[in-house]
Design a protein around this ligand. Sequence first.
Ligand code: G6P
Length: 608
Amino acid sequence: MCGIVAYTGQQAVLPILLDGLKQLEYRGYDSAGVSVISRKRLKTVKAAGKLHNLEAKVDAKTNSHCGIGHTRWATHGAPTDENAHPHNDPSQRFAIVHNGIIENVDALKTSLGKSVEYTSETDSEVIAHLLAAQEGELLDAVRAVLVQLVGTYGLAVIDQQNPTTLVVARNGSPVILGIGDGEMFAASDMSAMIRHTNQVVHLDDGEIAELTPEGFKVVRMDSSVASKEAITLNEQHAHYDRGGHDHFLYREIVDQPISIGQTLSGRFDKRFSTAHLGGLNLEARDLIGIKRITILGCGSALFAGMAGANMIESLARIPVIAEPAAEFRYRNPVIEKDTLYVVVSQSGETFDTLAALREVRRKGGFVLGIVNSVGSTIAREVDGGIYMHAGPEVSVASTKAYTSMLVAFSLLALLLGRSRDLSPQQGTRFINELKLLPEQVEQVLKLEPEIKEIAEQYKKSQSAFFIGRTHGFPIALEGAQKLKEISYIHAEAYPASELKHGPLALVTKKTPCFVVLPNDDLLQKTISSMEEIKARGGPVIAITSAPHKAAPRIKSLAQSVLRVPDAGELTQPVLMAVVFQLLAYHSAVSLGRDVDQPRNLAKSVTVE
Ligand code: G6P
């Protein structure tokens, strides 16, 4: 999705903007641009395509200390030079970059009159023209324009007549201020400025900030001053590099013993054999009053939520459903006092998840967040929550955040279980299983050579099936999602029990079937599904923790068997998920795909 970076200070601005845009690349984009103020003149350079096109066009010697940059993901208008941001007004006084969608663009254009000429097909350009029609101080002019807008924006503005001032604003699309020493930054995503500062201020919707090298001031739409507190993020620039690997995705896969350890760290209450989750804002009495749980998320977060639903039902015996956030909010859901709503999001900025959260809270529901990105919008708007502490996830396809979501859900399930019928002994047993996870993931990573071989063998497949039952089914869903996302091989997940009700018609010797086969009560039944596949000539790849005595039968049915450690019923999915991540990774690499930035996808989808 679109990205913004902005700077005012003593340093040369162009390298800061270009580097910031590079850090934003991972979010997905199709064009980019910068505007700077140099020798009292506004200079704007834009280019369709990847950043090197822009780099080739800018004059590296431009002397400037204040500017804005943007990576665009086309919504209104094709990805061309003209449609790339920044946009200027005709007199070249203002430059703006905008994330979001202006819904009343037609009405705004009508109000400006027919004589105005637009140089792009974007909705955003109208903002620059509206600014040119204002009088007075820059901050007031921006505010006067914003009150006319209907829609969403993360916005940054520079003004040739105020050459050291930036104005940024937020409504529905994130904007973060970064505080430096004699300099200020702003960005839509922390990655764009983490090299320079970790002291940040998150703007809230309806806030406008004026930034100068000396500091910042934030006002609301009614021009009242908002007092904002800076927070220090525990992130470092090193978290945003590939750590010596070819791809962020690979680094994030092999980082999982650490990221899972971080999610678990400090979260065990040994005395009461339960989880210690400090940010829930729920008392024991509230926990016992929960009658139902609804989990909401998008993409991999939704699949993690489905696995979480199983965990909570198993340990706490509370009915739980997981739903796509966007569908939930549009079906006018019934919100109940004794239902706990849980939103799950790596970025904490996914629009549909945020909108669902707001709908629930507006109707009086209590919402917990399971979020990775500290200080993100969802994290700030929920009633309580669990930070995943997985560290920044850069690759578009989710891996370590996904497994940390599973781990966060298992902690919540433990806490809810122990607030009900789960005995201290059962609680301790589950804690011990969780503690083993980092080490067990390490063991799964050692399967990489075998997984790579399997990826090589099936990479030319047109289609693949992923099947599993109960706790294994959400993992099959996520396995299919990973393969689709980054290798572009069509993949479908089904409960193993559903095979014979349809998909079996498509099984041939050309459709590999990946079978999630944990050592659980349904082992024999899932083995029967393998028989159904084998009978149709489909190659079976079993990912299993089944006991050794079942090994000969599994081997006789499967083309390949990947053995993972035998973890607990609820922790097993984490290990299986890692196998599927490596499978998707090696399939994608071998097919020459853009692993970190798959086509048509964005890291956090901040528009509807
Ligand atoms: C996008 C990404 C997915 C991600 C989903 C939810 O679609 O491509 O990888 O799972 O958004 O993102 P979130 O940040 O809310 O977890």
